[in-house]
Design a protein around this ligand. Structure first.
Ligand SMILES: [Zn+2]
Length: 186
């Protein structure tokens, strides 16, 4: 399958190229940096060369452009993969719809495979959609990410310290949540 675009297809590509460049990813990276979270980029030895890799948290962050990764896409062969009630960044182009449908389906399959492989290797996978980084939602999304990272860290710490029962683990998680909400209120 070649990817030679007709002029019309090229136009669609160009109009969506912004979502493929690094802007959403940069927002996430700057946020992480500001909060002292260290990351590696596009790690080659992991499936799909994930965008952002946080070794300390054993977590991979994937920043998805809504068009290319089909946010809210569904078709005859493809049931809805990702709920996207507030996303208006994905719309199948009206011309050459079949072409685009197939293309987005391929991208979604690739994403699914990558997600499965990473999870099987024991990585936490956190997906952030481009639309979740729009100004109105950005703060919420990124603080949610930070909260999840803190929980992962506390959970790992708990395991290392021998908090093995579920109750003890829950206690750790609660403590983590509390300490986090105190921090964020400052
Ligand atoms: Zn979206």
């Amino acid at each position: 399958m070649t990817d030679i675009f007709t002029p019309e297809q090229r136009h669609v590509v160009m109009s969506h190229i912004r979502s493929k460049d690094t802007r959403p990813e940069m927002l996430v990276r700057r946020f992480l940096h500001r909060h002292g979270v260290r990351y590696s980029l596009h790690v080659k030895y992991l499936p799909g060369r994930p965008d952002i890799v946080l070794r300390k948290y054993h977590t991979v962050i994937l920043v998805n452009g809504c068009f290319w990764h089909g946010h809210g896409f569904c078709s005859e062969d493809f049931p809805l993969q990702h709920e996207s009630p507030n996303c208006n960044l994905f719309r199948l182009p009206r011309s050459h719809t079949d072409f685009w449908e197939k293309k987005i389906e391929r991208n979604i399959s690739r994403d699914e495979k990558q997600h499965k492989e990473l999870t099987a290797m024991g990585w936490n996978v956190f997906t952030i959609w481009e639309c979740q980084l729009r100004p109105a939602e950005r703060e919420n999304t990124l603080m949610g990410l930070l909260r999840t990272l803190n929980l992962i860290l506390m959970k790992n710490l708990g395991v290392r310290m021998g908090y093995n029962t579920e109750e003890e683990e829950e206690g750790m998680m609660r403590a983590a949540e509390n300490s986090f909400s105190e921090e964020s209120e400052e």
